[in-house]
Ligand binder design. Structure first.
Ligand code: DP6
Length: 396
């Protein structure tokens, strides 16, 4: 069997200015522009292998070893677009193998538990698009490919880039100007780190797609958000990233998370993504910033209770004096720090504890199952790893 293969890894991104609301559901066009930070693939990434062969009978997909359907309209949309671009190449150069007519076998794997409720669809669609684009040897830029990823899942378009990324909403009806662009590379501001507090949720949240539809339809506050709040904030946040102004970046990030969750509460019937643990984490972050009289940490929450805390490397000791004290019983610390470093966080807490006047909830760790310590990272990467056996065309 002659099998052609290509593999890519793609990162997770966590928005600091949230995408919430579609103006076109089929093309996945948003009601506002958004901004995100791409996270390191050492901690969170999807690896995808795309293969094609004239001998494959049908398109097939395996996720974490289990066969999954490719039938969703969104996935079909992405595959059609990629095949169309490949067809254009084949029409110009008849020596190319006719990949556009052959079926695909795709295998994909996350290096983190999909059940943790982290933005796995963003990394998943970004990796899918990049792996097939590499297989097809498409010349399109990342921004061009981001328009295809967008049709898979809106937030996925931002995972085509590393560092600091904007999804420009665009104005055109056909979506050809709704794409991701880089605001600043990973090297522009490499000191940005993130601590993700994985919060245990007892029930499944409203999926983001239906949640945002309900918000668009029923929330009055949402109109204020998209017309007056976000356009201004988008420019301010871009500027704060370009100037590496963490206090401004942090304040805008926290306010935007709160604004997005306010529109969820203003939906009818209301949608609740934050739980009691999330709310305690919000209070804790404000208390920490107040304690140091300095912005050391910013929180943001997506469509679920997990907290993503952004901070700068130079503030790690200050932040972790609190976080390690509160969450040391939760897994995730030992893989990132030596015993000495961890005991320094404890020592730092001992130093300041008498001055801490706010309530430190010693039960807070019970609502958190895991801490993922990561940082800003690069965009999708080529890899020689492969998830498909080149002799059989099946998962290896
Ligand atoms: C709260 O990208 O998952 O994480 O386009 O319907 O697939 P679809 O939605 P999705 O929504 C993400 C919403 C968010 C905010 C964000 O990532 O900007």
């Amino acid at each position: 069997m002659s099998i052609y293969s290509a593999s890519t890894t793609a990162p997770v991104n966590i928005a600091t200015l949230k995408y919430w609301g579609k103006r076109d559901k089929v093309l996945n066009l948003p009601t506002n522009s958004s901004i995100s930070v791409t996270l390191s693939q050492e901690d969170l990434r999807t690896l995808t292998t795309a293969t094609t062969s004239p001998d494959f009978a049908k398109d097939q997909l395996w996720l974490n070893g289990k066969e999954e359907s490719l039938a969703s309209e969104r996935t079909q949309h992405c595959l059609q677009d990629l095949r169309q671009l490949r067809r254009e190449l084949e029409e110009k150069d008849s020596s190319l193998p006719t990949f556009s007519q052959w079926k695909l076998h795709i295998a994909s794997e996350n290096n983190f538990p999909t059940a943790a409720g982290l933005a796995s669809s963003a990394a998943g669609f970004a990796a899918l698009i990049k792996a097939i684009a590499k297989l097809y040897e498409l010349p399109q830029s990342e921004s061009e490919l981001s328009k295809i990823a967008r049709k898979g899942s809106g937030s996925a378009c931002r995972s085509l880039f590393g560092g600091y990324v904007a999804w420009e909403m665009g104005k055109l009806e056909d979506g050809s100007d709704s794409k991701a662009v880089e605001i600043g590379s990973l090297n522009h501001w490499p000191e940005m780190k993130a601590a993700i507090l994985v919060v245990s949720a007892d029930k499944k949240d409203t999926p983001s797609t239906s949640g945002m539809q309900l918000t668009v339809k029923t929330s009055d506050l949402f109109q204020e958000r998209i017309n007056n709040v976000v356009p201004k904030r988008f420019e301010q946040m871009k500027k704060s990233i370009l100037e590496k102004d963490f206090p401004t970046f942090a304040e805008l990030t926290m306010k935007d998370s709160n604004s997005f969750h306010a529109t969820c509460l203003d939906s009818y019937p209301p949608i609740f993504y934050l739980n009691d643990t999330s709310k305690k984490v919000i209070k804790l972050c404000h208390a920490i910033n107040e304690f140091y009289n300095e912005t050391v940490v910013a929180y943001t929450f997506d469509a679920g209770p997990n907290a993503v805390l952004y901070y700068l490397e130079q503030s790690e000791d200050k932040l972790f004096a609190f976080l390690y004290h509160l969450f040391q019983n939760v897994s995730g610390w030992e893989s990132k720090f030596t015993k000495e470093q961890l005991s320094q966080f404890n020592a730092k807490f001992d130093e300041i504890k008498d001055d801490v006047s706010f309530y430190l909830d010693s039960e807070l760790h019970q609502g958190v199952t895991r801490v993922i310590l990561t940082r800003v990272g690069p965009g999708p990467q080529d890899t020689d790893l492969s998830l498909i056996d080149s002799a059989t065309g099946l998962p290896s």
